[in-house]
Design a protein around this ligand. Structure first.
Ligand SMILES: Nc1nc2c(c(=O)[nH]1)N[C@H]1C(S)=C(S)[C@@H](COP(=O)(O)OP(=O)(O)OC[C@H]3O[C@@H](n4cnc5c(=O)[nH]c(N)nc54)[C@H](O)[C@@H]3O)O[C@H]1N2
Ligand SMILES: Nc1nc2c(c(=O)[nH]1)N[C@H]1C(S)=C(S)[C@@H](COP(=O)(O)OP(=O)(O)OC[C@H]3O[C@@H](n4cnc5c(=O)[nH]c(N)nc54)[C@H](O)[C@@H]3O)O[C@H]1N2
Ligand SMILES: [Mo]
Length: 774
């Protein structure tokens, strides 16, 4: 029987709660991704796709940015990659009748799960002003509508071009080119909500906002520290690398308020042993930190490192490295000696003995990698925390050596590449100069808006046309209600998408949905089959070749759509031949070769089976392109989240069956949740102290100084072994609790991991579909 889209939305009134798991993957992992794949795609399509994921002649898995090992397995993917592929390559499509049948108003009540499950969008649709329905429209007409609006603007800064990190390098390159030729740097992206704090801190301290290690460094390391990351769900193939690193003698320290399954143990689903054997223990030390306590922990470890050096001068620090490559050491050493142990204990919730043990591990290890993700980047003081990661690494020369380095683990599969290609509201002048020279125009120099500023500008009527190259900004950004009312003020919103989501339902006065080809699909243009390129989290660039026939002959590639709109808007103004770029993507890659640093000879190098590594100053030659020409050891003042009595610090996380705002199912297997998402995880002792019980229905209130409380109603409490004083709920539901201007200092990232909340018994039943927020 062929799969069908569900007609009814889900209700999570029947949530089931069981014990959380203490290891990840294993037999369950394979089973959980293959069964739905075969059911949805059929055996032949499943076999074709699953043997080509992440292979040298195959396509890049769109689920995350984890790199590929040199030697690929037959099945080089994980359970969640399997889900992502199944979700995209489904034969289920949105029928033409859908648009007549469903008014936009009626779709407002639908969940992200229901919207995504309606299947692939296969024809362009247009919502005229005043209408409550989309209607099918031709591609030419769609391009003319977009072009008409862009050409009618008083100033190019009244347009904004958002990008989600799944777009290919080629698509991203021509997208930013189009925006800049029009005359705006308004290029917000999902990175603004993701690793922006990493980029800000690392560019300042080491001169590049990217990982300083290559894949094999994981296998050569003595100590891998994993902070604020849940690899078992979000980067499952990292567990294979960790297992191998451990076999080679590495130890692992995990720092997290939640005892995530993948951090505790692992069974490799790719190995026979993984089916029957015991899970291997991943973390040799698990530090169950209080939310937002990481900077204090890192300072406390650095303090111990400096103290050890004082006890045995000349034996602990890498003096040669510090003298030759770093500045700021003296001020740091003086400052760090003053760190107050009692304040550290309050901020982290960790004992001095636990921190001693971690410091000893750090001092024993010759080669140390610190990896991190959203648990570090989405706090008010994230940039300082990442600077403290760099400090700790620099003290013993743990950057620019085999097996050692700073390793931010990126989220979206090509979020890093999109930035390399110029999707950033603040690209440096050197990039803009090269772009202007290549295309004979003067790019705008004033910085554009980031994601949060973009919503603010929409709300204030300063942005009138909003493009989304993939993604689901309204689902992903903080302050859902404000963001939605802001989007409704635009004249035109345009989404280039594979599947439906909230950003198609809440629109500008007019709206377009332009259906795109997915990564799994063959892309044939005038010159023949095309490939695209991507960059992973360790700066490796390689090709991605679609494998299966497109879901419909109506869908177009992202490149064809962007170049089509650019052509309709600009014609041959500036002498740019947009249509030639559609016919042959080599034309785009030739431009990339001449504009993007490190991408010389891009066509030839991306045709190599292994692709190539982008240059990286710290990794390759201990070169630090900072303002001082040296790696900067910095002094950062401690500040931790103040949580008044009777309150908890709430973080928002991903369930095991979701990809950002895409919900694959209502289950979160490792955390023991089934058939629902309206849950809040709280330590049993905190529940007792608050006079609440496990399984009780509560309303979650967030509290702010100068504005009224925000609320999310009808959530079921789950007694869970999180750190004391902390709680967790799922995003995107919990985004309503965060005001738009609650952002990280310097990076502007919404503070999604530390929201002070109070819980009150609720009269709203759990599971009424979309969250109740008034
Ligand atoms: N299957 C799947 N894969 C994905 C994604 C997905 O949604 N689903 N999303 C992709 C994207 S875009 C990204 S950015 C990555 C996200 O990957 P992660 O960063 O792993 O994602 P989160 O679910 O936000 O998990 C954050 C982790 O940090 C911990 N944490 C929270 N606060 C703190 C803190 O204050 N200190 C410390 N030390 N830890 C803390 C949480 O308990 C949790 O384990 O994954 C990518 N891969
Ligand atoms: N509270 C809270 N909020 C968060 C986070 C958090 O941890 N907590 N995490 C933040 C992070 S790390 C991120 S990265 C953002 C994510 O923000 P986004 O990247 O904007 O959101 P996604 O949910 O990844 O976007 C999914 C949509 O992308 C479209 N899509 C899928 N594949 C393709 C494709 O190949 N091409 C095109 N054109 N479209 C495609 C589909 O229509 C799908 O519905 O969310 C952020 N928001
Ligand atoms: Mo992300």
């Amino acid at each position: 029987m062929s799969p069908k889209a569900p007609r009814e939305d889900f209700s999570d009134a029947d949530i089931e709660v069981t014990e959380p798991k203490d290891y990840a993957a294993g037999m369950g992992g394979v089973f959980h991704s293959m069964e739905p794949a075969v059911k949805t795609l059929g055996l032949a399509r499943t076999a074709k796709l699953m043997t080509k994921i992440n292979h040298k002649d195959g396509f890049d898995c769109m689920s995350c940015a984890w790199p590929d090992p040199e030697h690929r397995k037959i099945a080089e993917f994980c359970e969640n990659g399997g889900k992502a592929v199944t979700w995209e390559a489904t034969p289920v499509t949105v029928p033409r009748s859908f648009w007549k049948e469903h008014s936009l108003t009626s779709l407002e009540d639908k969940t992200e799960y229901w919207l995504g499950m309606q299947g692939r969008i296969t024809e362009p649709v247009y919502k005229p002003a005043g209408s409550d329905h989309y209607e099918p429209v031709s591609w030419d007409r769609a391009f003319d509508i977009a072009a008409g609006h862009l050409n009618a603007l008083d100033h190019p800064d009244e347009a904004s071009f958002y990008t989600s990190g799944r777009a290919s390098n080629e698509a991203a390159f021509i997208y930013q080119l189009f925006a800049r030729v029009l005359g705006t740097n308004n290029l917000p992206d999902c990175s603004n909500m993701c690793h922006e704090s990493t980029g800000t801190a690392m560019t300042y301290t080491v001169g590049i906002g990217k990982s300083t290690i290559a894949y094999n460094d994981f296998l050569e390391s003595d100590l891998i520290v994993i902070m604020g990351q849940n690899p078992g769900t979000n980067h499952p193939r990292m567990l294979t690398a960790l297992e191998e690193a451990k076999k080679n003698g590495a130890s692992v320290v995990a720092v997290n308020p939640l005892p995530e399954a993948g951090l505790l143990g692992y069974k490799d689903p790719q190995k026979v042993r993984g089916y029957v054997g015991k899970p291997i223990q991943i973390a040799d030390q698990f530090l169950q930190i209080r939310s937002g306590g990481d900077a204090a922990l890192l300072q406390a470890v650095s303090k111990r490192v400096i103290a050890a050096e004082r006890r045995a001068p000349g034996t602990v620090l890498d003096h040669e490295f510090i003298a030759e490559h770093c500045d700021g050491f003296e001020a740091f050493a003086e400052h760090i000696a003053q760190v107050d142990d009692a304040a550290v204990e309050r901020a982290t919730g960790l004992s001095a003995a636990e921190i001693d043990e971690f410091a000893e591990r750090y001092l024993r290890a010759d080669r140390v990698i610190i990896a991190w993700a959203m648990g570090i980047t989405q706090h008010r003081r994230s940039v300082d925390t990442i600077k403290e990661i760099i400090n700790l690494l620099l003290l013993r020369g743990n950057i620019g050596r085999p097996g050692a380095g700073a390793s931010p683990i990126r989220g979206h599969s090509n979020v890093q590449g999109d930035r390399t290609m110029g999707v950033w509201e603040q690209m440096p002048d050197s990039f803009l100069d090269a772009l202007g020279a290549e295309f004979s125009f003067e790019p705008p120099r004033e910085h554009g808006v980031d994601a949060v500023q973009g919503i603010r500008a929409l709300d204030e009527g300063r942005i009138k046309v909003w493009f989304g190259l993939g993604g689901n900004l309204l689902g992903a950004i903080s302050d859902t209600n404000l963001a939605e009312s802001a989007m409704r003020k635009t004249r035109l919103s345009v989404q280039l998408s594979t599947k439906l989501n909230r950003s198609h339902v809440i629109t500008g006065e007019e709206a377009l949905i332009l259906p795109v080809l997915g990564r799994t699909e063959v892309d044939v243009q005038l010159s023949g089959p095309q490939y695209v390129t991507v960059e992973d989290t360790v700066c490796a660039v390689h090709a991605s070749h679609g494998q299966v026939p497109p879901v419909s002959d109506q869908v177009r590639s992202e490149i064809a759509i962007i170049a089509g709109i650019a052509h309709a808007t600009l014609g041959s103004r500036h002498g740019i031949d947009w249509l030639a770029m559609i016919d042959d993507y080599d034309v785009i890659r030739n431009h990339i070769s001449r504009v993007v640093p490190g991408c010389e000879d891009y066509n030839a190098r991306t045709r190599r089976k292994d692709g190539f590594l982008l240059p990286n100053g710290p990794r390759d030659e201990r070169r630090f392109d900072t303002a001082t020409g040296k790696a900067r050891i910095t002094v950062n003042e401690l500040e931790h989240v103040e949580c008044p009595p009777g309150r908890l610090i709430l973080q928002t996380v991903r369930s095991h069956d979701q990809f950002n705002t895409t919900i694959y199912s209502l289950n979160d297997r490792y955390r023991g949740i089934k058939k629902g998402r309206s849950v809040i995880f709280v330590h049993p002792d905190d529940l007792a102290e608050l006079g609440l019980s496990d399984g009780q229905t509560v309303d979650i209130f967030s509290e702010w100084k100068d504005q009224p409380d925000r609320v999310l109603r009808g959530f079921r409490t789950v007694a869970y072994p999180t750190a004391r004083g902390c709680a967790a709920a799922y995003f995107p539901e919990a985004n309503v609790l965060v005001p738009l201007d609650s952002t990280a200092l310097e990076s502007g990232t919404p503070v999604s991991k530390a929201v002070v909340v109070r819980l009150e018994p609720s009269n709203t039943p759990v599971g009424v579909g979309r969250p109740v927020t008034v």
